[in-house]
Design a protein around this ligand. Sequence first.
Ligand code: F6R
Length: 610
Amino acid sequence: MCGIVGYVGSKEARSILLEGLQTLEYRGYDSAGVAVIQAGGIEVKKRAGRVADLAKELEGSTLSGTCGISHTRWATHGGVTNANAHPHTDEAREVAVVHNGVIENHAALRTTLEKEGVEFASETDTEVIAMLAARALRKVRTAKEATVAISKMVSKLTGTYGLLILSKKFPDTIFAARLGSPLLLGIAKHGYLVASDATAVSAHTDQVIYIEDGDVLAVNPKGYQFLKTERNHSVEQIEKVEMSEGLGKFTHYMQKEMYEQPASITSALRGHILKNEAIPRLSGMNITDEQAGQIDRIIFTACGTSYHAALVAEYWLEEIAGLPVEVEYASELRYRKSPVGDNTLVVAISQSGETADTLAALRELKRQGKLVRALVNVVGSSIAREAGGGLYLHAGPEIGVASTKAFTSQLAVLFLLTTYFARIRGVSKAKGKELLKELQNIPVHVKKALTYEHEIETIAERYQDVHTMLYLGRGTNYPVALEGALKLKEVSYIHAEGYPAAEMKHGPIALVDKETPSVIINPRSALYDKVMSNLEEIKARNGPVIAIATEGDRAIAKKADQVIYVPDVPDIFQPFVTVIPLQLLSYHAALARGCDVDKPRNLAKSVTVE
Ligand code: F6R
């Protein structure tokens, strides 16, 4: 959460910073600001609102300079106000600071500073850092001394930070420090960028150094100097991040990304399924077949949509590979004293690769010496780098805050993992080939599922004013129900609950009335008749029903108020197609209600705070 970018070099910082902020806006969009060193000192412009609002405000300003820092905020401490926007400065504007992370002991530090007479202008934890940094830098004479002083200053902070600091004393230098929040240094021909992720530097360079936890460094147009020189800060090449592709024929990124799914699933499978082979190649997992044969349990850990993908995989791995699986919210796993056996494989799943809870859970399990791997979309992200191996989703950038294509790509990769373990654990070659063949057909079915958008739009408009919706499914469609409910909540702000269809009579059925529709996911499967009974139970209580059903199912159309059809695929593959109408339903409900689908309120794409 929060995006930060700094620039020092031969070019005007302002436009580079604003462009960088635009690419980072998915990390937070409550407020934005820049600070640039000018002849007269540090100039700060900041305001509540989007980066575009800041850019407009800067149009008429004289803000100019070649060394600056900037920030786009997802509020943690203090409301969304101009005063709480970053950068923050000390009282004399000797320093300016942008910060991503949370300082847990900020209140105690603030009290101490207030006792010394310091007056704060904001409610943020970051302003405390600005005050401390200014004091720490008062007596230093060289940039090297400044890094030592900053290192001492940050040792007083408890929590997480990716920090950029400007000091009037060093007008051509950016100081940076990291603990727990991502930061990288981009090395361009015209200067250096320091940013919270590669998207902000990729327009200028593909050469980066990943700044590690505990690092403090100084960067000026001539070079950079890390305080901990003994560490290996090697330059790495990043994949070109295509953020500039724009929306093309689409109106929103969420819509574009839903339509990219046939291609992104294909991309997730690419290179893993070799002709005439019945076992996928997963060399990135960095596990030998012999090691895999010893594994007697998998723990998946993730948050949000990634957690729902893991729940689907739990059904797959247990049913197809006979391998016991547990799925844990990373925020819980990180603090649980749960015994993890030596033959357990821990797999963290994350689109962004930066989710603080998932990263912390991964680190904790690594610390315990467990076998930890990751399934990640963003190449070079913290989770990808810290896991001992794993698989990339190769879904391309997901910009819409609501995750869509990452979910189906996660499913694709998780199905590869399932087939791999199934084969390792004795499932026949013929079955392995059959599973992989079906998997490769999935993009075609997903494409077909997307063709029902128009009908879904009509249904979304019909129900746009409801207050609550239930999402019900069984088997692998139960996690899909959870995902459908999450999508609706986050983009349309309609309350929704996902439940196992049969479980609703143990409580949620009390919510059912003629104003509360239920989405019942019931494509033809072994559980079809059972879910049909659940549907009847809702109808008997006058609850409107939107059924997700297999193409050609006329029987369900007689019972449900509306039907959305999905292509006929084998039971185990249904989540790939049943999630599509739920994504579209939430998208159209949000549009009908006038919501900002790509930037829903209170959310951010990359949740880098606990
Ligand atoms: C929902 C959504 C979030 C993320 C969650 C985990 O649409 O996007 O629930 O799935 O914050 O994010 P990653 O996968 O980046 O770890």
